[in-house]
Design a protein around this ligand. Structure first.
Ligand code: SAM
Length: 265
């Protein structure tokens, strides 16, 4: 650590454990994803009991229905791409599109690059190291921006949504896929028993403690579904709809960019 730098919070086993209220939250989120990059996909499949294989393609199906009648997107940005799974699905779905997959964690991008090289569609994906809070792209550069399981890690959601709106052309599409509160209270109790207790215990046993303690905390920090949809709308997206999957465990937020970007909050 550089002299004078504020140390981030760590779990008892020394692993990064980001504290949303702390001054180094963003840096700690990046350190945490760097720490778990190698095991990320594997643990994602275990923690979601394999459901993550279904959630991303279903979300893209929901997007196609939302954008029915619109031409296929030609320029796509996948934000917080992680190991690049959603970007590769986008490349298969829209074979003529040029795709950029961006993330602010270098080890995630390294992992994405290795996987892209092994997949024919992966060779059409450009990688960029960038933070969602300040995208290195010109206004109106994209027809579609997507992100999966990123929103709950962002320090300032309204600012991030304004930034997405800035890089979209008017009429462009925006897809956010995120873990959300289940729709039924009975199922929510079961879900929280698993997500708040089993996942952190499993994470600590097979990987490291901090990231998997942070995971349920990050979910609690996310605004409720309707408030999140309203936040997206306020960033310059007059049309926003939500579509749930798996009894509301995940929600796809689908939005269409308005004619002019909204003023930054
Ligand atoms: C839970 S992972 C999701 C990865 C991938 N989208 C998926 O569906 O598996 C969250 C990703 O978002 C990235 N991320 C978090 N905050 C970010 C930010 N402010 N800017 C860019 N990337 C960010 C992390 O580095 C990590 O790769």
């Amino acid at each position: 650590m550089a002299a004078g730098a504020v140390p981030g919070r760590t779990a008892p086993d020394g692993s990064p454990y980001p504290d949303r209220a702390g001054p180094t939250f963003e840096r700690d989120v990046r350190r945490m994803f760097g720490h778990i990059a190698e095991r990320y996909d594997w643990f994602d499949h275990v923690a979601s009991v394999g459901n993550d294989f279904l959630w991303r393609p279903r979300a893209l199906g929901q997007l196609d229905r939302f954008r029915r009648g619109a031409p296929p997107p030609a320029r796509i940005l996948d934000l917080g791409c992680g190991t690049g799974d959603l970007a590769r699905q986008l490349a298969r779905r829209y074979p003529a599109a040029s795709i950029v997959a961006a993330d602010f964690t270098a080890p995630m991008l390294k992992n994405a690059l290795a996987r892209n090289r092994r997949a024919p569609e992966g060779r059409r994906i450009g990688l960029a190291r960038a933070t969602a809070m300040r995208l290195p792209f010109a206004d109106g550069s994209f027809d579609l921006v997507t992100n999966a399981f990123v929103a709950r890690n962002l320090r300032d959601l309204p600012a991030a949504f304004h930034e997405v709106r800035r890089v979209l052309r008017p009429g462009g599409g925006f897809l956010t896929l995120e873990i959300t509160e289940p729709l039924s209270p009975a199922f929510a109790a079961l879900f929280h028993a698993y997500f708040d207790r089993v996942v952190p215990a499993l994470g600590a046993a097979v990987a490291s403690a901090g990231p998997y303690r942070y995971l349920p905390e990050s979910l609690r920090s996310l605004p409720p579904r309707a408030a999140l949809a309203a936040m997206i709308g306020a960033a310059g997206f007059p049309r926003v709809v939500t579509r749930t999957q798996s009894m509301g465990i995940v929600t796809t937020f689908l939005a269409e960019a308005g004619a002019t970007p909204a003023r930054s909050a």
